[in-house]
Design a protein around this ligand. Sequence first.
Ligand code: SAM
Ligand code: SF4
Length: 384
Amino acid sequence: MTIPADAFGLYVHWPFCLSKCPYCDFNSHVRHAAIDEARFVRAFKAEIAATAARVPGRTVSTIFFGGGTPSLMQPATVGAILDATAQHWSVAPDVEVTLEANPTSVEATRFRGFRSAGVNRVSLGVQALDDTALKELGRLHTAREALDAVAVARASFERYSFDLIYARPGQTPQAWAVELKRAIAEAGEHLSLYQLTIEQDTPFFALRAAGKLTTPDDDAARALYDTTQAVCAGAGLPAYEISNHARPGAQCRHNLVYWRAHEYAGIGPGAHGRLDIAGERRATATEKQPEAWLTRVESLGHGVVTDEALSPEQIADEFLLMGLRLAEGVDPQRYARLAGRQLNPRRIAILREEGAIETTADGMLRVTLAGFPVLDAVVADLAA
Ligand SMILES: C[S@@+](CC[C@H](N)C(=O)[O-])C[C@H]1O[C@@H](n2cnc3c(N)ncnc32)[C@H](O)[C@@H]1O
Ligand code: SF4
């Protein structure tokens, strides 16, 4: 999948959910009073204007509404954000505009509105096709409802994807293979398959610490990972990233912007950006707490709380960390240009000998299927 060398992505964060799933540590909040969306629209517009003043003249190639649950936004809110984007930057004629959605019937009724507002790709959080598992994950929808929402997505957007979580308590490779094949039968061009991670400060973390939740050990998780790769590759949906599968040419271009270390702006509470300004790459982050973000934008015109230039070493480490997640790997020459030094040939030789990495015919350095389960260790070794 090619994306322009000067690709520029825009991430928009919607920080609200109907309820908080017990495994989730994303910046998502539950509010019992109605959300003042008009106030949010003003703040999003202001932050887009402030960001565009810092990085003018860009052509936006991808836009991603993430959350939280962006499908809870009014389509008019999404439309206003897209209009503001087009007012301040050029927008590529083939721009990819993705919106993350929860698969409840209420949200599926908005899909056509999102389509009219300019969204052309939806990513649904299906998570499981098993009602008991969905309950355990604290989800508000059944498998039937999720599949109905997938059908509405298929009818409303030219591109759609959905997420499943595997390595759930008690899950066997056999049961997962059956569930995954059922999912693939409903999938279009793209699937995200995440191993359940027990994040600190979540209810699942406390439950596991108390011995009330048992997740698959390393060997069992590895068997589930292997099943995932085999089933998906057999169905023409190979992994192009450690957790993402697509048919050729159908990768999520917005995520490629991150993984190939292109430039992107983050708008909304707790959004991160990487902006190239005056020869420096700057890492930006906004205030996470939604109401504090609103007040900050209303008084300062932006919600940025972190804005620092990255050193060549940091840029190069990030390039490795993100790029090695991709099946295509990284260009060692680009690493050398960023870091001001070559990757250590002795470490490469050892990792190659261990079967964790390989070099492709066109000189890309990539992690092998055997290396992916130990990706963090491989990256740490190469970056040292
Ligand atoms: C930001 S969430 C948003 C999607 C949407 N709010 C939903 O839940 O349907 C993106 C995806 O991350 C995955 N995810 C979140 N927490 C996870 C965890 N602890 N382990 C594995 N996957 C997780 C889920 O598959 C989820 O769909
Ligand atoms: S998984 Fe999705 S719906 Fe659940 S709390 Fe996280 S962001 Fe919200």
